[in-house]
Design a protein around this ligand. Structure first.
Ligand SMILES: [Zn+2]
Length: 207
């Protein structure tokens, strides 16, 4: 099983190349992080925000989870990993932008469209997590004019996550005050294209 060895080989390349070239930046970053942007993206191995947005270390505070979903502020109790990251990004780091990045061929969205029982047998954390978008899923399935339900739900889930972000009181306050902006976008893997959500029209458009 060479996969972990490949990771370590990559680490040594990083030490020789990027770290060596930007050693001063890494030393500055050790003093603290001040990212202006938070990105909420999918776990999918093909859609790393650092690659899509050509990020440098320290530029973005990133939360990744299955299907880039945001639970509403008030939802069932639990170990709220996603919500605690959002809380820290906004109230602790004071990010000025939150970007929800969905993507094409999303397995989480596909599982939602297929209905429950997509995760492990018995209790499935995955099924429970994906149930966050039961509402948009039902709306997409009921729309008989919609031919590409996968894309429609990928886009609807981005809108849903933005709406749920606005249920966090400190996000709503900052957005109203103009100190925080929310953005939605959708990345297509095969073409490498990113479309931005125009919230006025609800459509995804080129930059
Ligand atoms: Zn995905």
């Amino acid at each position: 099983m060479p996969e972990f060895r490949e990771l370590l080989d990559g680490y040594h390349r990083f030490r020789r190349n990027d770290y060596y070239r930007h050693k001063g930046r890494w030393e500055d970053l050790a003093e603290g992080q001040h990212p202006p942007v938070m990105i909420i993206a999918c776990c999918d191995s093909r859609v790393d925000p650092a690659t899509v947005f050509d990020l440098v270390p320290g530029q973005a505070f990133v939360l990744r989870n299955v299907a880039n979903l945001v639970p509403p502020f008030q939802s069932e109790a639990g170990l709220a990993g996603a919500r605690s990251a959002i809380e820290f990004g906004v109230t602790g780091l004071g990010v000025r932008h939150i970007v929800v990045m969905g993507h094409g061929a999303c397995g989480g969205i596909k599982a939602a469209l297929a209905g429950g029982d997509q995760g492990a047998p018995g209790h499935s954390f995955l099924d429970n997590w994906i149930s966050l978008i039961d509402g948009p899923r039902d709306a997409v399935l009921a729309d008989h004019a919609c031919e590409d339900k996968q894309l429609a739900l990928e886009q609807a889930a981005i809108r849903h996550s933005l709406a749920n972000l606005r249920t966090f009181p400190y996000i709503a306050e900052r957005e109203a005050a103009g100190s925080l902006k929310l953005h939605g976008c959708h990345f297509t893997i095969g073409t490498g294209r990113l479309l931005l959500l125009d919230e006025a029209s609800g459509r995804f458009v080129n930059d």
